[in-house]
Ligand binder design. Structure first.
Ligand code: HEC
Length: 140
């Protein structure tokens, strides 16, 4: 057996393990955060909170969102308990202070446990109607 060659491959394996460990630790140390492209912050919502739109929004919300975000958007849907991250609280001032376009971006693109809905809800107007509906969760 060629001792030099096998020593070389052991070194390579150790190096690969070190890289894997370093990568997984870097991953664990960086909590996911939303990175929203600037254009969404000023994007105009083409829909209005008309009764029609709100009923579309409500229907879509019940079908696609309620299981995690809860009936009132408090983040207390039955599926929320199975996730290792919180779903947020749509009634808070901090949530409601976000621009319509920012919410539109989050619903469209998703992030980690929050699914991306641009394929599941292909109509942009439908996704904007969800934004309108989420405005109704604002704490009174
Ligand atoms: C499988 C569970 C799940 C479903 C279904 C889901 N979400 Fe989420 N959502 C999450 C989680 C978890 C987060 C928090 C993500 C994070 O910050 O790590 C989130 C975050 C969000 C946010 C950003 C919250 C904030 O504080 O800014 C919005 C907006 C949102 N979801 C809207 C929706 C809408 C609208 C739907 C339905 C079309 C939906 N979500 C469906 C799990 C879900």
């Amino acid at each position: 057996m060629n001792v030099t060659a096998s020593y070389g491959s052991i070194q390579r394996i150790i190096f690969m393990i070190a890289v894997l460990v370093a990568c997984s630790r870097a991953d664990a140390q960086t909590p996911a955060t939303w990175v929203i492209p600037a254009k969404y912050k000023t994007m105009k919502n083409p829909t209005t909170s008309s009764p029609d739109n709100l009923s579309t929004g409500k229907e879509l919300y019940s079908k696609h969102c309620k299981s995690c975000h809860g009936t009132r958007g408090l983040g207390d849907g039955p599926k929320a308990a199975t996730l290792d991250v919180g779903c947020g609280d749509f009634s808070t001032a901090a949530f409601q202070a976000q621009a319509d376009g920012e919410l539109f971006y989050k619903v469209s693109e998703g992030m980690e446990k929050m699914p991306s809905f641009k394929k599941m809800i292909p109509s942009e107007n439908d996704r904007w109607s969800l934004v309108d509906y989420m405005r109704t969760f604002k704490a009174k």
